[in-house]
Design a protein. Structure first.
Length: 184
């Protein structure tokens, strides 16, 4: 049996968000009205995507994962975020690496991702990321009427129109960023 989610305008519940996410929503200037960004409190033990979707009756195609990528070239490391539907995985070794002009691209170490985003591991989302970071968004996420993403903490989730994510500073919508996951 699934548990119901109770979404409310995130702007009215900034206390449920990580500090950088709350600051970004408080200063929201996107084309989508801030009132369309919603937050729901969840059990932090169910924050991981598969468990969250099963427990709250959310389809994997309605949930998006945000991963932090470390792109390296010439001794320099640049961080970026990738946002893909939970039914896919980010094409880090090909599309992301080439798009960022990197010799090598890989998932950033957990401690680096947490420190640099100011968000909790397992709750990192695309809203409130550091200025200047590329945010690579799969076209399917940008086209979604609404998608669930991390709120910066494990105890809540955001429900956001895909077009609001495409409007984020540094956002770039890429066709084919999300590669379908093959069942093992």
């Amino acid at each position: 049996m699934t548990e119901p989610l109770r979404f409310a305008p995130a702007i009215d519940h900034l206390d449920l968000l990580a500090e950088p996410v709350a600051a970004a929503i408080a200063a929201w200037k996107g084309s989508v009205p801030v009132e369309e960004l919603a937050v729901a409190e969840i059990d932090p033990a169910a924050a991981d995507t598969a468990e969250f979707c099963a427990r709250y009756g959310i389809g994997l195609d309605e949930s998006a994962n945000c991963v932090i990528i470390a792109a390296k070239r010439g001794g320099e490391t640049r961080l970026a975020a990738c946002l893909v539907l939970a039914t896919t995985r980010a094409d880090v070794n090909n599309l992301v690496r080439r798009h960022l002009g990197a010799r090598k691209a890989s998932f950033a170490p957990m401690d680096v991702a947490v420190r640099e985003t100011g968000m909790e591991y397992g709750g990192i989302g695309p809203i409130g990321l550091p200025d200047g970071w590329p945010i690579l968004i799969d076209a399917a996420v940008a086209a979604a009427p609404r998608v669930i993403v991390g709120s910066g903490v494990r105890r809540s989730k955001l429900l956001v129109p895909g077009r609001a994510l495409a409007d984020l500073p540094g956002a770039e919508v890429l066709e084919g960023l999300g590669v379908p996951v093959t069942p093992s």
